[in-house]
Write a protein that binds this ligand. Structure first.
Ligand code: Q46
Ligand code: ZN
Ligand code: ZN
Length: 314
């Protein structure tokens, strides 16, 4: 297989795009694609301050790498969840993230959940009903809250995450199976900001997981190979496998599933729900927008835990 650009030996063959490229041209092609998506979806400009949520994994570190190569003002945010599970997952991913920041001269903010709130994410999960089986729902809630908080407190315009096409297609598949209108309405490359809440963007949302893997490997990015130990049997992994089987038979189907959804929404598929989504108000305690009456879910959770502590200690 030959590189379409120079005719040299191809390093990556993308059946879904009928395109093969050598290492050098692949490492140019990916940032070029990302730049195209940033502009197409009006994600951000070079004048805006971007906060990249980095986990130490291949996608978020590659995103950070690409944004700095493209000349955007992108700082990193690492949230230490306190997940160990015998593989030192959090400490190892933090080490790799910090090493990447130092090697590239980038600014990294670190939030340690245990230091900030007195307990790790698994401990939080253990003490709430949400975490009876797995800590993921508690973890997601805490991560979202902390990303929003840091972006707001430090004056970032945009919060960028490393979700790739496989992540987005799996989420879309799950939300479609249950026709979760509110989630479908909010899924997309850009979630506009509201007062006190930074815009959220996913610059890698049209790039396949294996394209990002190839980028990280060819670029020589040192990322954490292990998945979070709690991710192993997640439903989303099952959906990803199903979608990969489809993709294997029909290259490009994953991308078209996602893109036709975006197009349908642009054409008004969820138009009558836009009003519902607009009805958010600031949480009286932390100020982040919420659709629930009174406190947001994060503050409700910390309240419940506070009450549980008092009962236990009393
Ligand atoms: S980090 Fe947290 Fe994920 Fe681990 S505990 Fe679940 S949600 S799987 S992206
Ligand atoms: Zn080439
Ligand atoms: Zn709140």
């Amino acid at each position: 297989m030959k590189c379409r650009t120079c005719g040299g030996k191809a390093a990556v063959n993308m059946r879904q795009h009928k395109l093969a490229l050598c290492k050098e041209h692949y490492l140019e092609w990916i940032p070029g694609q990302v730049e195209r998506f940033i502009e197409k979806y009006a994600m951000f400009t070079r004048q805006e301050k971007i906060l990249v949520a980095v986990s130490g994994g291949k996608d978020s570190l590659s995103l950070w790498d690409i944004l700095q190569r493209l000349g955007y003002q992108a700082d990193g945010l690492y949230i230490c969840l306190g997940i160990d599970e015998g593989i030192h997952y959090s400490s190892e991913s933090q080490r790799l993230t910090e090493a990447f920041a130092v090697a590239n001269g980038l600014k990294l903010h670190v939030v340690d959940i245990q230091k900030e709130y007195g307990q790790t994410v698994p401990e939080y999960a253990h003490r709430t009903h949400r975490g009876q089986t797995k800590p993921c729902s508690v973890c997601g809630l805490i991560k979202r809250h902390e990303m929003n908080r840091v972006a707001r407190d430090l004056g970032y315009d945009v919060l960028a995450t490393g979700h790739n096409l496989d992540d987005e297609a799996a989420t879309l598949f799950g939300n479609t199976l249950t026709w979760s209108g509110d989630y479908l309405l909010r899924q997309g490359p850009v979630l506009p900001g509201t007062p006190g809440l930074a815009r959220k963007v996913k610059p890698l949302c049209r790039l396949y997981e294996r394209e990002m893997l190839a980028y990280a490997l060819l670029r020589g990015i040192d990322y954490i190979y292990d998945e979070c130990p709690f991710a192993e049997d997640a439903t989303s992994i099952y959906y990803k496998e199903l979608l990969n089987r489809l993709e294997n038979d029909r290259p490009g189907v994953k991308l078209s599933f996602y893109l036709t959804f975006l197009e349908a929404r642009r054409n008004g598929l969820f138009a009558d729900r836009e009003q519902v989504a607009a009805e958010l108000h600031p949480c009286p305690r932390c100020g982040q927008p919420t659709s629930s009456d009174g406190l947001c879910s994060f503050c409700k959770m910390t309240d419940r835990l506070g009450a549980a502590t008092t009962v236990k200690e009393g």
